[in-house]
Ligand binder design. Structure first.
Ligand code: HMG
Length: 411
């Protein structure tokens, strides 16, 4: 049975800051943010645009882009690390806001940025097991990345949600079920203790943890992919070269480049070949071809944690779905703490038409650029502040807390 992502929907905050302006305000050479990290713009979420509001909007857009009947949904999973309640999941709020059927499983999944992939894999395997009995799933990744004003992590913030309809006979990407490599280690590279709004992070160590994880996860995928005949493994043939594109988890765009060079290093190491300047040049050329096309949305939105990998996928399909139809692509999901998974899938023949229905071209056009001073004012607002004015269009918004209950509005 073919199983995978049938439709996508993306939601981002209505405001953003320009990274050159942010760098100047921090007394940093703009080249560090723009070239050193690969960031052009950064989404700024107001407290009223919380994880629930973003998730519900992305979910509504994914359902509008798909052709499935809502009554055929049997599972709603939200992957998030910025939940709004210790007990009630974001998925429960979204289930109500989208008026989804009562007869569904509804829950959140959490492991830092890997939470969305946990949801996607649960949905895929639920369908593969036969338990879905013909029903589809809605998987939503929704987060607000917050390190704080003036910190080293500040230019790697962002916010947004990506929703995916997961079904049999998917239009966008058929996942290679059972062909993945996972890697996990107990580390303190990035975490957010209970009660803190800002993440704690050991930045350079987190980059190293990510690189260690991608090495192990990629090698796990490669062994299974060769065994299953998805890629060739003869001496001199690089398995990663046989993937038309590779989407990595993107905390900042430069990280995808580091990850891709690491995968290439693993390939050469496994073949007993030295990593030298020529190998680095070949790696950079393959980055340009295989990875760069996945980064345009990420560079203009920033880290959206659980959704970052899928934001890269959305941007890639928006730009190149027709050209990639029938091609196998790789995906790498990393969640600090840490756990990770490298997997793959094949872009569908109907992908171009289906991604057009997600209207990603309108996504960034609708946003408003704000000054660094305005961004700092928003960052200082308490988390319970309602949105100052109603969002235009099809958005949802958080209205405040009444009797310990979060209130929402939306069209
Ligand atoms: P930093 O120490 O301020 O930056 O923090 P740096 O000094 O390492 O410089 C960054 C890059 O800019 C370097 O390039 C510099 O050379 C370059 P690299 O050596 O890395 O290739 N640079 C310049 N380039 C051009 N012109 C210039 C210039 N100046 C310097 N003038 C750091 C950087 C990423 C550590 C920081 O922003 C941070 O802590 N971010 C948050 C943590 C993070 O994103 N970690 C990523 C891996 S962990 C992960 O992905 C999980 C995560 O998403 C969370 C989750 O799972 O939930 C974060």
């Amino acid at each position: 049975m073919k199983i995978g992502i049938d439709a996508l929907g993306v939601a981002v905050p209505r405001r953003y800051v320009d990274m050159v302006e942010l760098a100047r305000a921090r007394g940093v050479e703009p080249g560090k943010y723009v070239d050193g990290l690969g960031a052009r713009e950064m989404a700024v979420a107001e407290p009223g645009e919380d994880t629930v509001a973003l998730a519900a909007l992305a979910g509504r857009r994914a359902l509008a882009a798909s052709e499935i009947d809502r009554a055929s949904l049997g599972l709603l999973v939200v992957g998030t690390e910025t939940g709004v309640d210790h007990s009630k999941p974001v998925a429960s709020f979204v289930h109500g806001l989208l008026e989804l059927p009562q007869t569904m499983r509804v829950y959140d999944t959490q492991h830092a940025c890997y939470g969305g992939t946990a949801g996607l894999m649960a949905a895929v395997e639920w369908i593969a097991s036969g338990a879905a009995a013909g029903r589809s799933a809605l998987v939503i990744c929704s987060d607000i990345a917050r390190y704080g004003v003036g910190t080293a992590g500040e230019p790697t913030q962002g916010a947004g949600a990506v929703a995916m309809v997961v079904s049999a006979n998917p239009a966008l990407v058929e996942i290679d079920v059972g062909v993945s490599g996972a890697a996990s280690t107990h580390v303190f590279d990035f975490w957010r203790p209970l009660g803190l709004r800002e993440a704690q992070v050991d930045g350079h160590y987190s980059v190293q943890c990510y690189l260690d994880a991608v090495s192990a996860a990629y090698r796990g995928w490669k062994v299974r992919a060769i065994e299953r005949g998805l890629v060739r493994g003869a001496p001199g043939e690089l398995a990663s070269e046989q993937l038309a594109r590779i989407c990595y988890h993107v905390p900042f765009c430069k990280m995808a480049r580091k990850a891709h060079l690491q995968v290439r290093r693993c390939e050469l190491e496994d073949a007993g070949t030295a990593w030298d300047p020529a190998a680095e040049q070949a790696g950079l050329a393959s980055f340009k071809r295989q990875v760069d096309p996945t980064l345009p949305l990420c560079a203009r939105i920033g880290n959206i944690y659980t959704g970052s990998l899928y934001l890269g996928l959305a941007g890639l399909l928006h730009a190149q779905a027709a050209e990639l139809a029938g091609s196998r692509i790789g995906l790498f999901s990393y969640g600090s703490g840490c756990t990770s998974e490298f997997f793959s899938g094949v872009v569908g023949k109907a992908a171009a038409a289906r991604i057009a229905a997600a209207k990603l071209g309108d996504l960034l056009e609708a946003r408003e650029k704000i000054s660094v001073a305005e961004y700092e004012r928003i960052m200082a607002q308490p988390p319970t502040s309602p949105l100052e004015d109603a969002p235009a269009g099809d958005g949802f918004r958080f209205l405040g807390v009444k009797d310990h209950r979060r209130q929402y509005a939306g069209k």
